[in-house]
Design a protein around this ligand. Structure first.
Ligand SMILES: *[C@@H]1O[C@H](CO)[C@@H](O)[C@H](O)[C@H]1NC(C)=O
Ligand SMILES: *[C@@H]1O[C@H](CO)[C@@H](O)[C@H](O)[C@H]1NC(C)=O
Ligand SMILES: *[C@@H]1O[C@H](CO)[C@@H](O)[C@H](O)[C@H]1NC(C)=O
Ligand SMILES: *[C@@H]1O[C@H](CO)[C@@H](O)[C@H](O)[C@H]1NC(C)=O
Ligand SMILES: *[C@@H]1O[C@H](CO)[C@@H](O)[C@H](O)[C@H]1NC(C)=O
Length: 277
């Protein structure tokens, strides 16, 4: 059993390319402001738990959770706002077409499906629905978000069957970070390795713990040369730890706890320059 976690990957700011300060009136165009207010009014959320939405106001000069650039909303972080609904097909959210980053993590969308209108946000580079409470199948429409660099659907207990992993990520060739922990991935054998290596060549972070993956880990994974994080805990890989894992020259975190691995841990892996950054 391998329990080995070198952590502390420097947190890559998802807003690195846009203003980090929360948006002020001056930055937001009038139409964008009314879209936001319309969105706020349609959302179902627990006001006593909200720290951002509650502050949005036509007269306010600070829009908490909103990032803007040239008058346009380019980032929206509504994580941990106790939102439980109110995003239907006609939601203003899908009219914020300049969004590059959307975070709805840690909300309470209990048993609602991920809204397919997200596909309208074609400029999205970062989508975070971690722990948002969505359930059911991952909508195939997400596969049209071809500019995605970060996709976090972790701990949502979603199903990835129709579409399957391949049809979801086939066109997401820009992906750098993929978090699907806890998603039930219906993949046969080591198909998932082949799918990843042929679809997302630029991948740096692969986090698929508790995904019901089976093994063995196929060497095709080696073509993802820039992988720096591999987390596959809680799967049933039923194999020995493949020594080719030591060939990843950028690997910093390897976590395979309870992944159904047996045999000796290949000493080559320790001898690579896996430094703790
Ligand atoms: C998608 O965006 C277009 C253009 O901004 C808008 O007209 C349309 O209503 C949006 N669709 C949805 C589902 O919100
Ligand atoms: C998603 O959002 C949550 C809450 O803000 C955060 O903890 C997590 O690191 C984010 N995921 C990514 C990939 O940035
Ligand atoms: C891997 O990373 C290097 C250095 O950042 C970069 O030049 C190269 O293009 C990346 N390879 C892929 C396949 O993205
Ligand atoms: C790895 O994948 C290749 C191509 O998909 C296949 O030919 C090979 O048999 C696989 N190896 C194992 C050990 O499953
Ligand atoms: C890993 O590196 C070793 C030594 O450089 C090499 O012999 C082996 O073929 C490589 N394995 C893969 C799967 O690339």
């Amino acid at each position: 059993m391998v329990s080995w976690l070198l952590l502390a990957i420097s947190t890559i700011s998802i807003f690195s390319d846009v203003t980090t300060a929360s948006a002020s009136d001056q930055c937001l165009g009038t139409d964008q402001r009314s879209l936001l207010l319309g969105l706020r009014n349609s959302l179902v959320f627990d006001a006593s738990e909200s720290s951002k939405l509650l502050q949005w106001d036509q007269s306010a000069d600070s829009w908490s959770g909103v990032t803007c650039k040239d008058g346009l909303v380019v980032g929206l972080d509504l994580s941990e706002e106790s939102i439980s609904g109110g995003i239907d097909y006609s939601s203003n959210l899908f009219r914020l077409e300049f969004l590059r980053s959307l975070n709805l993590a840690f909300n309470n969308f209990n048993s609602l499906a991920i809204p397919s209108g997200l596909a309208n946000l074609s400029r999205l580079a970062h989508l975070n629905l971690s722990n948002a409470g969505f359930t059911g199948h991952i909508p195939v429409e997400l596969s049209r978000l071809t500019k995605l660099r970060t996709l976090d659907l972790s701990w949502t207990w979603l199903k990835l069957e129709k579409p399957n992993l391949r049809s979801l990520i086939r066109d997401l060739g820009e992906l750098r970070e993929l978090y699907l922990d806890g998603v039930n991935v219906f993949a046969e054998g080591s198909d998932w390795c082949d799918t990843l290596s042929s679809s997302v060549p630029k991948l740096e972070v692969l986090s698929m713990s508790y995904c019901s993956l089976s093994g063995p880990i196929n060497t095709s994974l080696m073509s993802l040369a820039n992988l720096s994080v591999i987390q596959l805990d809680g799967n049933d890989l039923s194999t020995t730890v493949p020594s080719f894992l030591s060939n990843f020259s950028s690997l910093k975190t390897l976590s395979l706890w309870g992944a159904g691995l047996y045999g000796e841990f290949p000493h080559e892996i320790f001898s690579t320059n896996t430094s703790n950054p």
